[in-house]
Design a protein around this ligand. Structure first.
Ligand code: NAD
Ligand code: UD1
Length: 352
């Protein structure tokens, strides 16, 4: 089996967990990351956890020359493309940066992949491409509509991938649409390490629990949901990591040459949700976190956050049927592992 994988953005939150899952599944990993939103320390810890030094290249996916050198010196089966910027608010303030980095970076990467005939890619898309869903659970055929430049950059990349497979049917491009990734590796050694004050719910809760932040603001309690607070499909990051292994295994199975060495199929453009299929409200998450951590989480209700939707959860059937993957871990597991990481690393990867 040709099993070497280029992992762009592999020093980041989801990428670092996926490197471990890939190693455990027998894939060899080369990480390529410009460390714009991550730390070298994450890679060091991944290396310690797997008992092997991960090959790391500090570089930008918009740097075609450096990418060429990397492709020239390795024979990759495929690429997992995590590299991207992900802060919704920042994307509204700096749309050109987001389109340049997320869409421009992907175009450069695809061009270099084409030069080296590496045609297998797993792309980090997001449930954000569905915008405010008309029907729940959300399946992959649902209408796509985004309301901010971050989401638009993801949707733009999906269109680029789709167009590319129309122009050339030798590509196999899977867009994994993540729902809400949370949690951390059970060792407590790697996890999510947001810069500044977290935008997302779970890291905010855990920083309140550890006393770095005073109080959680719950954005709205008048949504048409079970308790009036927003409902999301939280998924443990290690389950998500396994979803990437399943996607690669699927590509391997589909594109492997036939016995006589002739036929080799490609899968074209394939969007797949990675979620649990279950919705959990903000208040439910706060309550489970409090129970699991033994910490009180003070909160107050405030106005709705602009751009938020009431409910969002996946239909996880396509991933189950095609990739033979489904999420295994519970909300309590997600809270326990987040708390373990947070309490072992109150300052994240910042060791000073
Ligand atoms: P992250 O910021 O922790 O990881 C992204 C990594 O990409 C970082 O290490 C960063 O340094 C690197 N990077 C950014 N731009 C780069 C560039 N031009 N060249 C090289 N490296 C670059 O984020 P994450 O949470 O691990 O997310 C990974 C991917 O999944 C992103 O594309 C994100 O948009 C997508 N995604 C994340 C979520 C989420 O909630 N975390 C949800 C849906 C989709
Ligand atoms: C956000 C992003 C989305 C991105 C996703 C995962 C927005 C508008 N959307 O989605 O593009 O793909 O993160 O990274 O930013 N909440 C609070 N208090 C907080 C934080 C959040 O009440 O301090 C609530 C929100 O109103 C929401 C829920 O918690 O109901 C989840 O919020 P969050 O973790 O930010 O994720 P999303 O809103 O789903």
């Amino acid at each position: 089996m040709k099993n070497k994988i280029l992992v762009t953005g592999g020093a980041g939150y989801i990428g670092s967990h996926t490197c471990i899952a890939l190693h455990e599944a027998g894939y060899e990993v080369v990480v390529y990351d410009n460390l714009s939103n991550s730390s070298r320390e994450a890679i060091n810890r991944v290396s310690t956890l797997i008992g092997q030094t991960i090959e790391f290249i500090e570089g930008d996916v918009r740097d075609a020359e450096l990418l060429r050198k990397v492709f020239a010196s390795h024979e990759f089966f495929g690429v997992i493309h995590f590299a991207g910027l992900k802060a919704v608010g920042e994307s509204v303030a700096k749309p050109l940066l987001y389109y340049n980095n997320n869409a421009g970076g992907t175009i450069t990467l695809l061009e270099v992949m084409a030069e080296y005939s590496v045609k297998n890619l797993v792309f980090s898309s997001s449930a954000t491409v569905y915008g405010d869903p008309e029907i729940l659970p959300i399946d992959e055929k649902s209408k796509r509509a985004c309301t901010n430049p971050y989401g638009q950059s993801k949707l733009t990349v999906e269109h680029i991938l789709e167009d590319l497979t129309v122009s050339d049917d030798s590509w196999s491009l899977i867009a994994l649409r993540y729902f809400n990734p949370v949690g951390a590796h059970p060792s407590g050694q790697i996890g999510e390490d947001p810069n500044d004050i977290p935008n997302n719910l779970m890291p905010y809760i855990s920083q309140v629990a550890i006393g770095k932040l005073n109080k959680l603001s719950i954005f709205g309690n008048d949504y048409p949901t079970i308790d009036g607070t927003g409902v999301r499909d939280f998924i443990h990051v290690t389950d998500l990591a396994q979803g990437h292994v399943a996607a690669l295994n699927y590509l391997d199975k589909q594109t492997r040459p036939s016995e006589d060495g002739t036929a080799q199929n490609s899968v074209g453009f394939l969007p797949i949700n990675l979620g649990t299929g279950k919705g959990t409200s903000v208040l439910e998450l706060v309550s489970v976190f409090s129970e699991v951590s033994g910490q009180t989480i003070p909160y107050q209700f405030t106005d709705r956050r602009v751009g938020d939707i009431a409910s969002c959860y996946a239909s996880a059937d396509k991933a189950k049927n095609l990739l033979e993957w489904q999420a295994e871990l519970s909300i309590a597991d997600m809270c326990r592992d987040t708390w373990h990481w947070q309490s072992m690393n109150p300052n994240g990867y910042n060791l000073s």
